[in-house]
Every structure is written in structure tokens, then in C-alpha cells.
Design a protein. Sequence first.
Length: 188
Amino acid sequence: MTTTLMDTSSAWDVLEDANLPEGFRVEITDGKIIMTPQGEQQWKVILRAAPQIEQQLAGHGDILSEVMIDFPSSLWGYAPDLAIIAPGSERNKRGRFEWHSLEAVLEIISLSTRDNDFEKKLRMYAECAIPLYVIIDPSGNSCVVHSNPTRTGVYTDQEEIPFGEDLVLPLDGREIVVKTDGFPRSEG
């Protein structure tokens, strides 16, 4: 069976009855199930960024962390480190949000996820027209904000923000500012 970008099945369907180990992040890339343990730096960034975002959303949208999102292909199942859900978005019949509900995705990279975050996820998020994709890189002490997605899998604009400067997320009709000075930094 050939799978296209607009399949109605969810990549997550294959895991419906699976007994997965706790403490591991599970995602599906190119139809392959990938399990990785969450790193300390990743957890610390989420812990510092999520409350800032949630407070500024003030009921105009929502923030999720490592929650399954349905994408328009059975080959891709991502649970972003942080996902900002647009106001008024509704869950599908599976009880999950879909890609078109996302205003922004923030991924904290590690050595084990680097290729997926910089290549595969970047392409998929752009193809799905997710307005903002932010890659947070503790080893590089910076964030890269990708914006203006194209259906060809490219974001036409990118801006690098060093840790210590404010990370500004221009959302539809509002702006979220995340202070990055408390993000864990690489000593290298």
C-alpha cells in the first residue's frame, strides 16, 4: 500500500495496544518507531519554557509537552517537546490534536535526535504549514526560529537567538516572549 501525505490513518494507530516502557519518548519517523530516553537538558528547558508560554497564552491557546499529535501520514507520528495549540482548536475522533492545530513547535535537540530535528522534522513541519518551528540547542547555546513554511518542506526564514536573549514567538495576533537565560548551557 502506498502512503501519501493525506492519509487519514494515524501513525500512532500501530502503538494502540503496545505496552511501552516508561521514561522513554516515542515518535514515528518514516514509519519507524523510535524510542529515546529524555535527557536532563531537554527536561530543564521544558521546565523553564512551558510555564512562561502558558502564562502568556492566558487561555488563548494551549501548550502541550510530549503529547501525540496526528500528522497527515501514517509514516509520521510526532510528540513535540513543546507544542503551542491555536485557540479554538478541537481534538479529532481519536482525542488528539492534528497538525493544523499547531501554531508553533519547539524541539530541544540532543545528539541522538539531532538529525531528525534538523532535517526530517523541519521538512515535515514545513510541509504541514506549521507557522513556527523552533530548534533549541543546548550544545550550541542557542535557538533557531524557522518561519514562513512552504509546501516543499522548507522554511524560508530563520533567525538564531543566543541563550540569554529573549526568544520571541510571533503567533497569530499575539506574541509570546520566552526568557532563555535560565536554559542549561553547554560548557564546551
